[in-house]
Design a protein around this ligand. Sequence first.
Ligand code: NAI
Ligand code: COI
Ligand code: MG
Length: 358
Amino acid sequence: MKIAVLPGDGIGKEIVAQAVRVLQALGESFEYEWADVGGAAYESAGHPLPEATLKLAMESDAVLFGAVGDWKYDKLERALRPEQAILGLRKNMGLFANFRPAICYEELVGASSLKPEIIAGLDILIVRELTGDIYFGQPRGRRASPDGAFAGADEAFDTMRYSRPEIERIAHVAFQAARKRGNKVASVDKANVLETFQFWKDVVTEVHEAHYVDVKLEHMYVDNAAMQLVKAPKNFDVVVTGNMFGDILSDEASMLTGSIGMLPSASLNDRKQGLYEPSHGSAPDIAGKGVANPLATILSAAMMLRFSLDKAEQADRIEAAVKKVLASGLRTPDIWSEGTTKVGTEAMGDAVVAALAQ
Ligand SMILES: NC(=O)C1=CN([C@@H]2O[C@H](COP(=O)(O)OP(=O)(O)OC[C@H]3O[C@@H](n4cnc5c(N)ncnc54)[C@H](O)[C@@H]3O)[C@@H](O)[C@H]2O)C=CC1
Ligand SMILES: CC(C)CC(=O)C(=O)O
Ligand SMILES: [Mg+2]
């Protein structure tokens, strides 16, 4: 089985290196092929998603991805900016279903900025639609404002849109995931203001009534959901929402787990092919310092084993090894607290590899 390894930029290289070491320690005969992506590919090939990288990703059984982006590319024309690489991979591979599990490990209850009783035992799953919404909607651009109070002034615009099939398929994914967990789905929208999200709510309701009446469904406006996530996060089981709201809410949810460095993700298409990446970005502020938390990427590799490579037992082994390492008291700076031992990215990788052998 072939894994495309795309480390990307910033801490992407540091954390993916640790995830690959952990995968290699499993004793499986996976084939790995590395390629540049994002800013690194812009430097080496003049484009953030070169054809060869896309071809490799499309032909592989799974993609292990780090992160892309750096402030130094922010003035490039949009098509050449590193972030276009991850957007292009998601669109071209049809990776419409993004799973972001926010689990608070017992040992990290003290690392969260929330009170222990609010987050102890937390296990929620954010199901984010990943190939539609305002991130991909056309038209978009800049122009002279055609009408209104500021007619003639410069303006910029994007388009929020969702089609029925796009909403139906992500709703099915969320309801089916809920059946394997707490049997509860919160569909997050902004139906009180946006036509796109009134449609979202209508279609989710139809899918529910036609196929999943055994699953408890509630609808929640996104502003309320953002508040409820910090007030009473354990009331959630599966959260299903659009691309932009899912992006924002999953970063918020990451702090319920202790750090964004703990939140893995899986992005799947309808062929079981997937891209696996931490939910965070390239963290230019800490890149090159050897302090980034590699656990979100290592846990994403576990999701890859489970969802794309049919190696659920190996996924369990990695997750158990991560728990052992946390129980032993090792912490990267983002999850460090009094009484635990601060280590860097590589030492954390070493510890997970060692725990696998125990
Ligand atoms: N999928 C992707 O490739 C993504 C790329 N980005 C890009 O990443 C760049 C930086 O974006 P930011 O908004 O700063 O978000 P970010 O997620 O990279 O960083 C936000 C904060 O979290 C910290 N952080 C992130 N990952 C960490 C880890 N593993 N261990 C310890 N601390 C960690 C960073 O140091 C920073 O303080 C931008 O160019 C952005 O567009 C952002 C999100 C996703
Ligand atoms: C950089 C964006 C394209 C993506 C993002 O923030 C995410 O997927 O979490
Ligand atoms: Mg994000």
